[in-house]
Design a binder for this molecule. Structure first.
Ligand SMILES: *[C@@H]1O[C@H](CO)[C@@H](O)[C@H](O)[C@H]1NC(C)=O
Ligand SMILES: *[C@@H]1O[C@H](CO)[C@@H](O)[C@H](O)[C@H]1NC(C)=O
Length: 258
């Protein structure tokens, strides 16, 4: 039983380091010229990523919504208030209404912002994309998380996420699948502290942000691709993914679409 659950959900943050020169895919890229002056991961919230010639075309979007996948590009992120959060707006990217067993959203924290709690029995994972946030547990233990840092909050674990300056985080929430005699612990850490893992048959760099023990019912992968690198395995299985392209460019096949 449990094995099925472990495979049920792998949410990923992808980081393609793909410096695209003029070549066979030479749609003019706004990014390649401007990326050096922009903050790390600005791609996620910069809504002007469409090719230069199409940028201002009303109605232009690369976003698609299909039965088994969706591609949601930055200009389709619609921010609205998040229930119980203060001075924060959120853009939902994935929700159970789309058929997933988890929620994925971007939260934009403004000055003097503060999070609300997830629903009962729901675990939460956050990863900082811009700025910094302070996470505090009910016991008063406090950590400052900067870009590339993350936190995991077990279900029903009281905590707050606060910021006194603008910050952006990605949040994953999921109804926890309890297993007797196994409990998850709250975690705070950063990507650079995680070891590179073996990826037999693959050439990209892989880091996992959560422990691979039975207690954790999902994981977050940071996948780094150098120019020319690719994922060898063609995944066809029942497995749910939420994916955020953090940096660079790449080609991704979803269903029958490229
Ligand atoms: C939101 O931020 C503003 C400006 O910093 C602050 O004055 C206000 O009290 C905050 N709102 C709430 C509900 O705390
Ligand atoms: C962060 O992760 C590393 C590698 O998994 C671990 O050795 C270290 O103890 C963790 N740090 C904290 C503060 O949990």
């Amino acid at each position: 039983m449990r094995t099925i659950f472990l495979l049920l959900l792998i949410s990923g943050l992808f980081r393609y380091s793909l410096a695209q020169e003029e070549g066979f895919c030479s749609a003019p890229s706004v990014l390649s010229k401007e990326s050096k002056s922009k903050p790390l991961y600005s791609k996620i919230y910069d809504s002007t990523l469409s090719p230069l010639n199409l940028q201002n075309l009303p109605g232009f979007t690369r976003s698609v919504y299909k039965r088994d996948h969706a591609l949601i590009s930055p200009e389709s992120h619609v921010y609205g208030p998040l229930p119980d959060w203060i001075n924060t707006s959120g853009a939902f990217l994935i929700s159970p209404e789309m058929g997933s067993h988890f929620i994925m959203y971007l939260a934009k924290l403004k000055e003097n912002s503060r999070s609300g709690l997830p629903l009962h029995d729901v675990e939460r994972f956050i990863f900082v994309l811009h700025g910094a946030v302070t996470v505090t547990s009910a016991h008063g233990e406090s950590h400052i998380l900067k870009v590339d840092s993350y936190a995991y909050f077990p279900p029903n674990f009281e905590h707050s996420i606060e910021s006194d300056a603008p910050a952006i985080i990605v949040v994953f929430e999921r109804r926890y699948a309890h297993l007797s005699n196994h409990v998850t612990e709250p975690l705070v850490n950063s990507t650079d502290k995680q070891p590179l893992l073996e990826t037999p048959g693959e050439i990209f760099e892989l880091r996992k942000l959560l422990p691979m023990s039975l207690a954790y019912d999902f994981n977050i992968h940071i996948m780094d691709f150098q120019p020319g690198e690719f994922l060898n395995v063609k995944e066809v299985h029942y497995n749910q993914h939420g994916l955020l392209l953090l940096e660079g460019e790449g080609i991704y096949r979803l269903g029958d679409s490229w």
